[in-house]
Design a protein around this ligand. Structure first.
Ligand code: MRU
Length: 344
């Protein structure tokens, strides 16, 4: 299995997703500030992977703080700072805040038992978040693959694979499970400007597993749909509102509209940690704005005239009416999502 992130005695180890596919480089982070910077700079990315990194970053911060034998009050102050720094790294993927809240709940429960107990419980919790994410992806795969017909040509956008999770993947997990069930599946991977998660990461993962993949630029998706060359679309999600509106990588909305126009099913695969039932609809989802240079440049080379502005929203929101099903580890939800998602 692809090793995206791991907890080790030396620190939190991550595969550098900025360098793939040219180089497979692992970094070991020895403090929570390093983990926060890795999330911010997208060395690790993808909603569930960000959640796991957040949990491990907090556990690492507390482990380091506990080594200085502080009082439980001192540890508490440090814990609050660690949580604020980790929560401030990226705004859209709700898995980040879900993981921080989970760590806070464990802290509150174990605090009366003292520093050592808090340290151990938080490390255990981070490892549980990691393990549960892989299990959730396997469950999504088992249920979701039933929606994918044998012989299907599947379009995906961005990277919702092992690299975006603790392992196996959400959208790519469903594709992997369909292949494991003996189905002949081929994939069209949208390149996914400006970060090229599709071209660099999805293509790398699928090639690694021997699953046929063709990379297309984002503006080609409609052409292939109209020619009858796409049978279904499956993507991941960064945050799903109570009414089923889905925030995912910028460009997902266009793909969903094109799929509807062409009568192609559009599916979302995401763990329940991606559900944000506290917000009624997608208009409440904060959309990360990244540095416009990510659009103005490709691998350090300027592609626009100097001084011309560029916009760089990292995510968009696909209205629930375009979503054929939301595949979670607890079951496959269908419209009306306001009711079906509440069951999870
Ligand atoms: O900016 P990124 O690369 O973190 O965005 C990732 C996506 O949009 C993924 O599709 C989403 O997180 C689902 S990953 C299982």
């Amino acid at each position: 299995m692809i090793r995206t992130i791991e907890w080790t005695d030396a620190g939190v180890v991550m595969l550098d997703q900025k360098r793939l596919p040219a180089e497979e480089i692992y970094h070991t982070y020895i403090d929570y500030e390093g983990v926060a910077e890795a999330i911010r700079s997208m060395i690790i990315r993808g909603a569930p992977a960000i959640g796991v990194a957040a949990a491990m970053g907090i556990a690492l911060g507390v482990k380091n703080a506990a080594a200085k034998s502080p009082s439980i009050e001192e540890l508490g102050r440090e814990f609050d700072i660690i949580c604020i720094v980790i929560a401030g790294t990226r705004p859209t993927a709700v898995n980040l805040f879900w993981a921080v809240d989970r760590m806070k709940a464990v802290y509150a429960r174990v605090r009366p038992l003292g520093t050592e107990a808090v340290r151990n419980a938080l490390i255990d919790e981070a490892l549980t978040v990691y393990r549960e994410d892989i299990e959730a992806n396997r469950a999504m795969g088992r249920m979701g693959q039933e929606l994918i017909p044998d012989g299907a040509r599947v379009l995906t956008h961005c990277n919702a694979g092992a690299l975006a999770t603790a392992g196996y993947g959400t959208a790519l997990g469903v594709i992997r499970a369909a292949v494991e069930a003996g189905k002949k599946i081929s994939v069209f991977a949208d390149e996914t400007r400006p970060w090229l998660q599709g071209a660099r990461l999805t293509a790398w993962e699928l090639a690694h597993d021997g699953i046929p993949v063709t990379v297309i630029t984002d503006n080609m998706a409609g052409h292939f749909m109209k020619k009858g060359m796409i049978d279904c679309v499956i993507v991941g999600a960064d945050r799903i509102a109570a009414n089923g509106d889905v925030a995912n990588k910028i460009g997902t909305y266009s793909v969903a509209v094109l799929a509807k126009e062409n009568g192609i099913p559009f599916y979302v695969a995401a763990p329940v940690s991606t559900l944000d039932l506290n917000i009624p609809d997608g208009s409440h989802i904060p959309i990360e704005e990244r540095n416009p240079d990510e659009v103005r440049m490709i691998q350090g080379v300027a592609i626009t005239p100097q001084g011309v502005p560029a916009a760089n929203p990292a995510f968009d929101v696909t209205p629930a009416r375009y979503v054929g099903a939301i595949i979670t580890e607890c079951g496959v939800a269908r419209a009306p999502y306001g009711e079906s998602l509440r069951a999870f």
